[in-house]
Design a protein around this ligand. Sequence first.
Ligand code: ADP
Length: 162
Amino acid sequence: MKIAVYPGSFDPVSNGHLDIIERAAKIFDKVYVLVSINPNKQYTFTDQERVEMMKLATKKYENVVVEASKCLVLNFARKKNAQVIIRGLRNINDYQSEITLFQFNRSIDNNIDTFVLFPSANNLFLSSSSIKELVLFGADIANYVPEGLAEMIAKKIKTRCK
Ligand code: ADP
């Protein structure tokens, strides 16, 4: 069984994340979406909200399971017998951080590999932070986030411009 883990903050989940998940779910038998809990990071959404949003966004994919973890992604992957970690790569900035992460992971456990997927063209420019900024400035984000999430996100981030 081919199993992959797709880790991230998903603060909040975007169509870019969902695109990666959908494509990974076609390749792997099972995909664990791992919502990372990092006490050193300041999230806009609570851990529960990030998990809830991701569960809503992925409910139609039978082989996608959403979990949260405070621990090392590699340890989670080992526990689930996953062979692969999936990451998305938008641009040169992502490249720099992703290759560092990859090398670290590889030095700890070279049985677990990292597969990188490039975003579909319409998601290339999407990031969680740009979505939050759009909401703040009163823009409609319905085209950028999975169905049903725009209202939830807009409720949490109060717009400055009505
Ligand atoms: P981080 O781990 O930096 O907090 P995120 O949680 O936002 O990043 O994203 C998790 C993964 O999804 C990362 O590999 C990131 O590069 C990727 N990603 C984020 N936005 C997109 C997008 N629009 N298209 C494809 N991949 C993306």
